[in-house]
Design a protein around this ligand. Structure first.
Ligand SMILES: NC(=O)c1ccc[n+]([C@@H]2O[C@H](COP(=O)([O-])OP(=O)(O)OC[C@H]3O[C@@H](n4cnc5c(N)ncnc54)[C@H](OP(=O)(O)O)[C@@H]3O)[C@@H](O)[C@H]2O)c1
Length: 277
């Protein structure tokens, strides 16, 4: 019997895999790309987001840091555009990458717009949140699950980034909370559909993480975004990245189906302790 710790087996379990990460230009997606390469440099990464120059920069940094061991493909993708998702999967991912196959999809692209109450929410914001967080996530997953079933012998990992907001709705978050509840429900159905094969469905629900998330919510107003984190110690994107890599790095028979990650000062969507100013 091996006396190696299970943790020490994670790099070996990841060796040679190909991981596709959406929303890799920033925050949790960007950190996840680095964390995979730092845990196992002999890994292949497909990084996608709308800001292609930023993704290309991330790709260059990872390739340099890994001494060229990590192969990184940077591609432009707006997940809310389902025709673009189809084109991305069928045409833009090069043949050699397709033939090698994708082992892991990290559905991370997503975000929130505003804090308006129902009746005051711009239709465009409703469409954006549902389009990216729900339609986009489902759209890409359909292609990748088909690939797992048709080309990979019914094997592969889908990692869906949900949120505490999907478990605990709050005033001003109606649409965002609904989209993340949809992600959670989608993950649960997908997991049940795949218990007879080797497709693992992993849902990771972060609490408060300091990324561009709040800057996007407040439409670029950095002062408003900073105020969200004043007097508390939010998670960093690398904290969530570590959990994602830990989950994917488990041996095939282990599914880290569901996890909720808070910073110390948080115990719910509305339960956040702030130090007095
Ligand atoms: N930060 C938090 O407190 C928190 C808490 C719980 C859950 N989450 C979830 O964590 C995930 C990552 O968010 P984050 O905190 O890392 O925020 P972030 O720094 O704003 O990153 C969001 C990423 O999603 C990408 N994205 C947005 N719209 C997209 C689209 N239409 N097509 C493709 N990519 C798109 C962005 O890239 P481009 O702009 O370049 O396209 C960016 O790379 C999201 O699903 C979010 O809901 C965050």
């Amino acid at each position: 019997m091996s006396t190696n710790s299970l943790l020490s087996q994670i790099p070996r379990n990841l060796a040679g895999k190909t991981v596709l990460i959406t929303g890799a230009s920033s925050g949790i997606g960007r950190s996840t790309a680095f964390e995979f390469s730092r845990t196992q440099p002999d890994i292949n990464l497909i990084l996608a987001a709308r800001r292609i120059e930023t993704v290309q920069e991330v790709a260059k940094e990872i390739e340099a840091e890994s001494g060229g061991r990590t192969k990184v493909l940077a591609l432009k993708l707006d997940v809310s555009d389902l025709a673009a998702v189809k084109r991305f999967w069928e045409v833009e991912v090069p043949r050699e990458w397709k033939e090698r196959g994708v082992d892991v999809l990290v559905n991370n692209a997503g975000g929130v717009r505003g804090l308006e109450h129902v009746g005051e929410i711009a239709e465009e914001d409703v469409a954006t949140m549902i389009g990216v967080n729900v339609m986009g996530l489902i759209g890409l997953t359909q292609h990748v699950v088909r690939h797992f079933k048709n080309d990979r012998g019914g094997k592969g990992d889908i990692v869906n980034i949900g949120s505490i907001a999907g478990r605990e709705p709050y005033a001003g978050g109606s649409i965002y909370c609904a989209t993340k509840a949809a992600v959670r429900s989608f993950s649960d159905s997908l997991r049940r559909e795949n218990i007879s094969n080797q497709i693992r469905v992993i849902e990771i629900d972060p609490g408060q993480v300091e990324t561009e998330f709040s800057v996007v919510r407040f439409r670029g107003d950095k002062a408003k975004a900073d105020a969200v984190y004043a007097g508390c110690d939010p998670l960093g994107p690398e904290d969530i990245a570590g959990v994602i890599v830990f989950a994917v790095g488990q041996r095939q028979g282990v599914v880290l189906a569901d996890s909720l990650i808070f910073p110390q000062h948080q115990a719910g969507a509305g339960a956040v302790y702030k130090r007095p100013a």
